[in-house]
Design a protein around this ligand. Structure first.
Ligand code: XBP
Ligand code: MG
Length: 253
């Protein structure tokens, strides 16, 4: 089945948003609310196992702050998270978070080759909007036929719901698509929806298990910045382009 559609995760895949954006925004929100909480890089590494910012806050309270007295934890988490989203969008709008190597180039090449593109992410829609607009320009939002984000589906990753939602919206079969992910929860989600997946790891996910991935790379690579193949089949490519994706999709996953 020929490759027709590319579906991208956002956080950790398109940009290092977790380290440079979400973690910073969580901590600034805590400060603004006079909470004496400060998540370290190491703690955040652990907390990332729980997808979704609101669930992550609730998980933190339940497991790390058992004495924290709050009447309605859901409402509390929603309100902290609302502020965190505002701060995150502000950070992105300030141009603090660049796209990872090869991302912009691949988008442009994929469009030129007539591949359809979509987004499947756990993060809040406003965050995706801000990242795409600030790194590629507002018109780039139109490059994605579907932007599946946040709680548009009942179950966040690692459930397959968000990918299944995108496939349904695009009326396409999973075997004509390739997903791009960076994490264990991400590949589980894509696999649940029947998708083949290419992984680009980052500092939070380079120890994760990626069973069934087409390949695991350090990043997508550029002409002058070759990717490193972590697991998978070596090909002649040194950066991810459409020909490489077609080869992977047809032969290696
Ligand atoms: C992303 C997430 C998100 C972000 C924070 O996972 O888990 O929760 O960390 O965004 P994935 P929100 O890359 O697998 O989609 O605070 O907006 O939830
Ligand atoms: Mg991710």
């Amino acid at each position: 089945m020929a490759l027709e559609v590319l579906i991208f995760d956002v956080d950790g895949t398109l940009a290092n948003t977790e380290r440079d954006g979400h973690l910073v925004a969580f901590n600034l929100a805590f400060k603004e609310l006079d909470l004496d909480w400060s998540w370290s890089h190491e703690l955040y590494h652990e907390l990332l196992n729980v997808t979704g910012g609101q669930l992550r806050i609730k998980h933190y309270v339940n497991n790390y702050k058992p004495d924290f007295a709050v009447e309605d934890l859901n409402a509390f988490a929603a309100s902290v998270h609302g502020l965190k989203t505002q701060i995150y969008v502000r950070l992105v709008n300030a141009g603090k978070i660049p796209l990872r190597p090869g991302v912009k180039r691949l988008f442009i090449e994929a469009r030129a080759a007539g591949l359809r593109m979509a987004i499947a992410t756990t993060t809040t829609p406003a965050n995706v909007d801000a990242l795409i607009t600030n790194t590629l320009g507002k018109e780039a939002l139109g490059w994605f036929e579907v932007i599946g984000a946040g709680d548009v589906v009942p179950n966040l990753k690692p459930a397959g719901d968000i990918y299944t939602y995108v496939l349904e919206q695009m009326s396409v079969d999973a075997d004509k698509c390739l997903a791009f992910e960076d994490s264990y929860n991400g590949i589980i989600s894509a696999t649940q929806a029947g998708l083949k997946t290419l992984i680009t790891v980052n500092e939070y996910t380079n120890t994760h298990e990626f069973k069934g991935a087409c390949a695991v790379l350090n990043h997508l690579g550029e002409v002058n910045q070759p990717f490193e193949l972590i697991t998978g089949n070596a090909t002649d490519s040194t950066f991810v382009d459409v020909a490489y994706l077609q080869e992977l999709h047809a032969k290696y996953c």
